[in-house]
Design a protein around this ligand. Structure first.
Ligand code: SAM
Length: 301
């Protein structure tokens, strides 16, 4: 249950790390272990030390401005806001990405999409063109750009606010092999920069939930942008739109990779096959759920 937060040391600059944690722990919201973890990560972030050093130096003084920020963030957490939005970043593919309420909080499952792209039989040290559709904070396209400096990544989203976050992330990672484009999937998409024989890889983590899913109570979903989550036609509308056009833009030896819901494997596979893709296979996430489908263009169809 959410509680009212009262400042224990309204004007003091003498509150310690252990007192700050003890204060915040009283306002436990949801799972106790998760709450402890979140407020420790939060305090560490606010005062600029690791979680471990909070315990190594419990008497360290939390300065008044740090305390004010910490207390404000605890209030936001207590109201149910996800930690990633409160601290303003998250980790993905061992890289640090800025996030805010304009973008989906990247999920660990989506690393499967990045890993699958890196495992494809495509040139790894030569220039190839890659298209990341629905880039959001940029995690998929930017992780690939980071891993493969010779690849040229085009990353598309129809949300200007999301693209601003992706641009900040590209800048922070020092990437110069990415171009960010505003658009409705493929609409108005310029041709690949370096070659006119299409993208070698198109990949997407599009919205694929149904409206009913997106309103799961008590979940972080209610804080996240609905346009990033929900798709018509039982969650299939955007997956189908992306598949329908993909072959026109793919290189003849190109690949299409799609993240989707655990219960959408058959629908996606059938649509890929009906659209003329071959070698369709589905990868499972760590929980064993169908999560990413991979398919190859074929020049013979
Ligand atoms: C599920 S989120 C994925 C974000 C990011 N790629 C990730 O994996 O964390 C889907 C993204 O698709 C974008 N999107 C939704 N509809 C779109 C459309 N018609 N055209 C382009 N992008 C769209 C949303 O703004 C959102 O950023």
């Amino acid at each position: 249950m959410k509680k009212n937060l009262h400042h224990p040391a309204e004007s003091s600059d003498e509150i310690s790390v252990s007192e700050s944690l003890a204060w915040a722990k009283k306002f436990q919201f949801g799972d106790a272990n998760l709450w402890s973890l979140e407020i420790e990560l939060l305090l560490g972030e606010v005062i600029g030390v690791s979680r471990e050093s909070l315990y190594a130096w419990p008497n360290r003084v939390v300065k008044s401005e740090q305390w004010a920020l910490f207390a404000d963030c605890v209030k936001r957490l207590n109201a149910g806001e996800p930690l990633e939005y409160v601290i303003g970043f998250c980790e993905f593919w061992s890289l640090k990405f800025k996030v805010n309420s304009s973008v989906l909080i990247p999920r660990p499952d989506t690393e499967l999409l990045v890993g699958a792209a890196l495992a494809l039989p495509v040139p790894t040290h030569e220039l190839i063109e890659v298209l990341d559709l629905g880039t959001g904070s940029g995690v998929v396209g930017l992780s690939l750009a980071y891993e493969k400096p010779s690849w040229q990544i085009s990353a598309v989203d129809n949300s200007p606010a999301a693209l601003e976050v992706a641009a900040d992330n590209a800048g922070a990672l020092g990437l110069n092999n990415v171009r960010l484009l505003e658009g409705d999937w493929y609409k108005n998409l310029p041709l690949p920069i370096e070659s006119n024989d299409g993208y070698r890889i198109i990949l997407a983590n599009p919205p694929y939930l149904t409206k009913e899913d997106a309103h799961l109570s008590g979940s972080s979903l209610s804080w996240e942008p609905i346009r990033a989550l929900v798709s018509e036609n039982n969650g299939f509308a955007d997956l189908y739109r992306i598949i329908r056009i993909a072959k026109k833009l793919l290189n003849l030896e190109g690949w299409l990779l799609l993240e989707h819901g655990y219960n959408q494997r058959v629908g996606v596979e059938n649509f890929l096959l009906d659209s003329g893709f071959v070698d369709v296979k589905c990868l499972r996430d760590v929980a064993g759920n169908a999560r990413v489908s991979v398919a190859r263009h074929t020049k013979f169809i």
